[in-house]
Every structure is written in structure tokens, then in C-alpha cells.
Design a protein around this ligand. Sequence first.
Ligand code: GAR
Length: 211
Amino acid sequence: MSGDYLLPRIASPEDPLRLAVLISGGGSGLRALLRYQSDGPRNHVTSLVISDLKSAGGLSHASDLEIHNLAIPLSQDLKGLERRKEHEDRIMEALVSNDIEMVVLSGYMRILTPTFVAEWKGRLVNIHPSLLPEFPGAHAQRDAINARVKVSGCTVHFVDEGVDTGTIIEQRSVPVLPGDTVETLTQRIKAVEHELYPKVLDDISSGRIST
Ligand code: GAR
């Protein structure tokens, strides 16, 4: 991994790494992570959940467990880069005021600016529903089906300035079956995502990932 990734501290169950999870949708990955964290002593805890959409169903998974959660929508008044910057400034404020140590993208469907990435590089991870570098972008499952590949899967990676280009941490494969639709492949991939992401967060927060 290149030298400009600054990894988080090595944490312990007594002093777990404080995560913010960013979502945009139903949050099944968030729910799986929260279950995992409440199932035993872990080196990481979800201290904050942020959605860019007020309507994101996933916010209720946090509310159910009384975890601090916020919708931070885009401004209706600003446009372009100014709008992105103002949005990320508000996210950054929430991260800082909640003493967040690492940012976990879990179905967060916005591209972060290089300024934001630079602040968090090495402490900013994403899960993507393909075996990167194959099928980056917002339609990974559709692209895998259209390419007629027999195997796809998911990737957890550090986020860099590109789209789904950061250093790969770990991947899991699933078969792509004849007759698969985007929906059936999505569900098969989610099942392995829900096991992989908590495990990778264990590895990072325990110092088992090195540069
Ligand atoms: C997950 O499959 C995740 O890999 C994908 O969104 C889904 C979120 O599901 N992320 C991306 O496509 C990022 N480009 P969830 O809201 O049910 O956790």
C-alpha cells in the first residue's frame, strides 16, 4: 500500500475504534455490522450513522439501537462543486464533533471529493459489489451479468481519489448463475458482504492490516 495511507490506531474492546457508517439506502450492510458489534466484544463500535438521503431506510437500524444518526442532505440552493463542498463540510463537522476515527462507506452512493479523501485516507473504506478492478461504478451487478462472467463477488478497499480504485484489502467470490437477474445477484453478493465487512474492520482495528 502506498505511503500516503494513514491507518487508524490499534484499538481494543475496552477502547474501541469509533466508526461512522455512511449509507444512502436500505442499510442491510449496516444492520449486519451493528449485529456483529453487539454480538461480542469488538475492537470497533459504530458511534454515528450518516445518510445523504432523508428517506434512507437504513437510518432506522441505527435508531432501533439508539445509535446517533443523521440525515445530511445536499443543499437545495447551491450547485456543482460548491454544493458538494458544503455537503462534505457538514459531514466533516459531524465526524469531528463525534470524535470519529474511521469512516465506513456502506452503500453510500456519492463520490467523495479529493479534499475529503485526503483528510481520511487510510481511515476511509468502501465495500463494492464486484471483484475490483472489474466492474467499478454504480452498476456493478448489471455489468457483471452483461459481461457473462461466471464469478463475481465483493471487494473491501481503502478509498482513494479515484472511483473504486483504492488499495484492495479483501475480496469474496460468488457464482453468477444462469438466469441471474440484478436482484438475485445483488442478494447473493450481499450475503458475503455482510460477513466480510465486519471481519475486515476487525483486521484493521486490530492492526492486522499493514502498509
Ligand atoms: C451493497 O451491495 C454495496 O456493496 C453497494 O450498495 C449495497 C448497499 O446495500 N455499494 C455500492 O454499490 C457502492 N458503489 P445496503 O444499503 O442494503 O447495505
